[in-house]
Design a protein around this ligand. Structure first.
Ligand SMILES: [Zn+2]
Length: 449
C-alpha cells in the first residue's frame, strides 16, 4: 500500500482562533521531505484587561486524544476577559495525525538536548522559545497517562508508577517566582477536581517526581525545561483507562479552568462544561477548504465523497480551520482526519484548474445574491444559478433529461437525489462550475427548514 502522510504546517503563528489554519501544499510537502517542516498552531487568547498568561501545550504525545482535543476546544470556544491564555493544541501534529505517541521517538524527552538532524528539532526549539517568552507565567503540558496513580501498589492499573489523574510537578517550589508555590497550587487544583468526579476512583492527586534528584528521564521533559528556567510548569494527566473521550476532555478543561481561577485569569465559554456539552463541542469538526475553490463543512460530511475535482500531482492545498485537521493520501484517496477521527475519504477526479471564477450570482428563494466560490449558501425552498458565458453548471444530485448545463433552472429539494448530498442528513449539495475541461470552483447549496 502506498502511504503518504502529508504533514500539516501552519506556516505562521496566528493570532485569534478564527484565523488558524492547517495548511497542506506542495511547498510544504517539499519542506517535509527536506526536513525543514514543522509548525504547530499557537492561539493567543488575550483579554481586554491585562493579567497573567497561561500557556497550555497539548499533543506532545500523538496518541493521547484528551490531551489534544481539550486544548483545541479551549482555543475555539473560550474567550479570555482578563489576562491571557496561549494555546498550542497540537505540538506533535504529525504524530497526532498518525495516532502515534511519537513518530520520531518521544518528543517529551527532547527538551534537555535535541540534535539538529532530529525530525522534531524545529518543533522543540520553537515551543521552548514560547515557554521562555517573558509574558508566559505558568505552563500546563497535557497528557492522558496510564492507569490511576496511587501511593501504594494495588494492581497494574492502580499503583505509584501510574500517571493517570495527576498533576505532575518536578519539585515543590520555585523561590521568588510568581506562582512558584507549585505544590500548593497543584494541591488546590486536585482537591477542587476531586470534589466532583464522574466516578469515585477518578480522584486526582499531586505527583511530585522530584526530578532533579530522582528522575533522570523527566529531566528531559518540557516541564523540567520550564522549571529550570524559572517558569512554573505542571504535567496535567487524565487517564488512558477512562474510555470516554468527552470525560477526559471535560477533566482537562475543568483543571485548566481551576488554573485560570488560581492565576486570576477571567474567561467565558460558549458551551456547558458537562459531558453532553463537551460531546457537542467534540462533534463540531469545522471546515475544509481545498485549493480556494472547494469548501466542505466537516461536521456531518458523508464518510465517502466521490468525484471530488482535484488537480493531483501534489498540487492540491488543504486548509482546515480546526488545528487537529489533517489529510492523509492513501492509494487513490484523500482521507480527512480531525485528530484520530477519520471524517471522510475523498475520491478525486482530476481536472485542470485553468479557469478563474471568484463569485457567482444565484437566485435564492427568489432573491438574487452573489456567492463567493467555496462558500455555502442556505435556502428554504429553491435556488436558480445565473448562467455565465462559456461556463457549465453541474448540480450534483440533480439531473434533467437532455440538459448538460444546469444554470437557469429553478431547483427544489424534491428535485434532488439525496444520496448525492455531501452531508449525512441529505441537506447540502455541490454546485460545480466548469469551463470546457477545466474546473472553476464549487459552492454548496444547503437546504434549511
Ligand atoms: Zn503523554
Amino acid at each position: 500500500m502506498r502511504f503518504l502522510l502529508l504533514v500539516f504546517l501552519a506556516t505562521r503563528l496566528l493570532f485569534g482562533a478564527s484565523e488558524i489554519a492547517q495548511i497542506w501544499s506542495s511547498d510544504e510537502i517539499k519542506a517535509h521531505e527536506t526536513g525543514e517542516f514543522l509548525r504547530f498552531s499557537l492561539y493567543k487568547l488575550e483579554g481586554n484587561e491585562t493579567g497573567p498568561t497561561l500557556l497550555v501545550v497539548g499533543g506532545v504525545h500523538g496518541d493521547e486524544p484528551g490531551g489534544y482535543f481539550a486544548p483545541a476546544i479551549l482555543a475555539a470556544r473560550y474567550k479570555i476577559k482578563k489576562g491571557a491564555v496561549w494555546v498550542t493544541p497540537n505540538l506533535n501534529a504529525e504524530s497526532i495525525a498518525r495516532s502515534r505517541r511519537g513518530l520520531y521517538g518521544d518528543m517529551n524527552r527532547k527538551f534537555a538536548k535535541v540534535s539538529d538532524n532530529d525530525r522534531d528539532y524545529d518543533m522543540v526549539r520553537e515551543i521552548k522559545r514560547i515557554v521562555l517568552d517573558p509574558q508566559v507565567d505558568l505552563i500546563l503540558n497535557l497528557h492522558d497517562g496510564h492507569g490511576f496513580y496511587r501511593e501504594r501498589w494495588e494492581s497494574s492499573i492502580f499503583n505509584p508508577r501510574a500517571w493517570g489523574q495527576t498533576l505532575v510537578i518536578d519539585q515543590k517550589t520555585l523561590a521568588d517566582v510568581k506562582f512558584g508555590n507549585m505544590d500548593e497550587i497543584a494541591k488546590k487544583v486536585t482537591d477542587k477536581m476531586s470534589a466532583s468526579l464522574a466516578q469515585e476512583h477518578h480522584f486526582f492527586r499531586v505527583k511530585n517526581t522530584e526530578t532533579r534528584y530522582k528522575d533522570e528521564e523527566m529531566q528531559k521533559s518540557l516541564t523540567y525545561f520550564a522549571v529550570t528556567n524559572l517558569k512554573p510548569a505542571f504535567g496535567q494527566e487524565t487517564s488512558k483507562n477512562i474510555d470516554s473521550l468527552a470525560q477526559k476532555v471535560e477533566y482537562h478543561l475543568r483543571s485548566i479552568e481551576e488554573f485560570m481561577n488560581v492565576m486570576g485569569i477571567e474567561y467565558e465559554r460558549d458551551f456547558e462544561l458537562s459531558i453532553n456539552g463537551v460531546q457537542e463541542a467534540l462533534n463540531y469538526s469545522g471546515t475544509l477548504k481545498i485549493n480556494g475553490k472547494i469548501g466542505f463543512e466537516l461536521t456531518e460530511l458523508r464518510n465517502i465523497l466521490r468525484f471530488v475535482p482535484l488537480q493531483g500531482d501534489m498540487k492540491d492545498r488543504f486548509v482546515f480551520d480546526n488545528p487537529l485537521g489533517a489529510m492523509k493520501k492513501i492509494d487513490d484517496r484523500y482521507d480527512i482526519y480531525i485528530g484520530n477521527k477519520r471524517i471522510s475519504s475523498l475520491y478525486p477526479q482530476f481536472f485542470a484548474y485553468d479557469c478563474k471564477l471568484d463569485k457567482v450570482t444565484i437566485a435564492i428563494d427568489g432573491e438574487n445574491k452573489e456567492i463567493a466560490i467555496g462558500e455555502t449558501f442556505a435556502l428554504k425552498d429553491n435556488f436558480n444559478v445565473f448562467a455565465i458565458d462559456n461556463i457549465r453548471v453541474n448540480v450534483i444530485g440533480f439531473s434533467k433529461k437532455g440538459v448538460t448545463d444546469e444554470s437557469s433552472i429553478t431547483i427544489r429539494k424534491k428535485d434532488m437525489v439525496s444520496r448525492f448530498s455531501e452531508d449525512v442528513r441529505g441537506l447540502i449539495y455541490r454546485v460545480e462550475f466548469y469551463r470546457e475541461k477545466n474546473f472553476c470552483g464549487m459552492i454548496n447549496a444547503k437546504f434549511i427548514k
